[in-house]
Design a protein around this ligand. Structure first.
Ligand SMILES: Nc1ncnc2c1ncn2[C@@H]1O[C@H](COP(=O)(O)OP(=O)(O)OP(=O)(O)O)[C@@H](O)[C@H]1O
Ligand SMILES: [Mg+2]
Length: 382
């Protein structure tokens, strides 16, 4: 059994407190992802679990074994924790063949030659590399090299596999292929996988459950991919999990106002006097030319129309806020939802998430779209 229990762990480098009283439980047989922005402490946590670092306080258990406990100095070395690790930059050894790379941990452990051979061939087959055992890493593609690293991590038959951004150097197609393979390996071998990444798409595709960390290393939410996506615990999680539109709204009497327009909302979402943010994804909006059936909607203007292949992507201005709206291209063509820059439109919303508006002191400067803030924070990928 490889349940992982991290209890009240803190880790500091100099004056920088990277993890503060951090707790997490990962069940046996789960594919669990730690997702958070760059520098939030994901690798540090993985290194603590693997045994390459020691916690300043708190304890870590793998299965029934306490592998680290700060207050009585317990520290099991990595090789005795029953785990395999693949680090992004811990590539394979260039001067060793595939066979020798994979065999390395077993030779280190002093296994007899025949057992080493059997296990290496088994592990190489697991990652679909049979027949390439004599190649050098320089004769392999990037994806094949990562498979060698995976085979090496699995060769000692660990109950727990730790993966730190192992796919980030691969191109998009290969990344997709490899993440399915990792998932399949995890099921086939019935092992626990802890995967660390800042890539939301990989995390959603791969995980049974995931944990979202913010930039301070604070755990914001744990849940299944669907739970996290559909019921984000807070504004950080919502904004981090994909392109986020944020529409400032205020309650006035029974109405919820966006600028001078009234936004149709469920009762209680925007009470009288409240300042709130309505959050939604580009695909949560329906865009039309006119309000055909007189149902409540917001009126806006298309400021930028982009054709992205499968979807049409629109930037729509609504009372000073800029919103991103996407429409399936076929639907746009079939239903007359192809807009040009400057055309008026009406918007209806499928799915609004409500957040308290940040303090005035922290609010974006007047005239600046909250979307712009999110996009800037997430970089070009937003
Ligand atoms: N050995 C170390 N000495 C000093 N500071 C460190 C050390 N290791 C990590 N840090 C600091 O701890 C913080 C967290 O680092 P960590 O490598 O865990 O980030 P990360 O979440 O893995 O980021 P990324 O997604 O970029 O890999 C960073 O500010 C980093 O500079
Ligand atoms: Mg890292």
């Amino acid at each position: 059994m490889a349940t992982i229990l991290v209890e009240s762990v803190s880790k500091r480098y100099g004056t920088h407190l990277v993890l503060d009283n951090f707790s997490l439980r990962i069940e046996h047989g789960e594919c669990f992802t730690l997702l958070g922005p760059s520098g939030c402490g994901k690798t540090v946590l993985l290194r603590l679990i693997a045994g390459f670092e020691t916690p300043d306080s708190g304890s870590i258990r793998i299965g029934e074994t306490v592998v680290a406990k700060a207050d009585n100095g317990v520290h099991l070395p990595p090789e005795r924790r029953g785990l395999g690790v693949v680090f992004q930059d811990y590539a394979v050894w260039p001067h060793l063949s595939v066979f020798d790379n994979v065999a390395y941990p077993l030779k280190l452990a002093g296994l007899p030659k025949q057992a080493v051979r059997d296990r290496v061939l088994e592990s190489v087959a697991l990652v679909n590399m049979t027949g390439l055992e004599n190649r050098l890493p320089s004769e392999l593609s990037g994806g094949q090299q990562q498979r060698v690293a995976l085979a090496r991590a699995l060769v000692a038959r660990p109950a727990l596999l730790l993966l730190d951004e192992p796919l980030s150097n691969l191109d998009a197609n290969l990344r997709e292929e490899m993440r399915f393979e990792i998932k399949e390996l995890q099921r086939k071998l019935d092992i626990t996988v802890l995967y660390v990444t800042h890539d939301q798409e990989i995390a959603l595709a791969l995980s049974d459950r995931l944990a979202i960390l913010d930039e301070n290393g604070t755990l914001r939410q744990t849940g299944t991919p669907l739970e996290i996506f559909e019921r984000p615990a807070d504004l950080f999680v919502f904004s981090f999990m994909g392109v986020a539109n944020l529409l400032p709204a205020r309650g006035e009497g029974d109405a919820c106002l966006v600028g001078r327009q009234s936004l149709p909302v469920q009762p209680g979402a925007c009470p009288d006097g409240a300042r709130r943010l309505a959050g939604f994804r580009p695909s949560d909006v329906r865009i039309d030319r006119e309000n055909r059936d007189d149902t409540p909607c917001l009126r806006g203007t298309v400021r930028r129309a982009s054709f992205l292949g499968p979807v049409m992507d629109y930037l729509v201005e609504v009372d000073g806020s800029t919103l991103r709206v996407s429409v399936d291209t076929h639907e746009a063509l079939d239903r007359g939802r192809v807009f040009r820059d400057g055309e008026p439109c009406v918007l209806r919303f499928h799915n609004l998430h409500w957040f308290d508006a940040p303090d005035a002191a922290k609010a974006p400067p007047a005239g600046k779209s909250p979307l712009a803030d999110v996009a800037a924070a997430k970089g070009a990928g937003a």
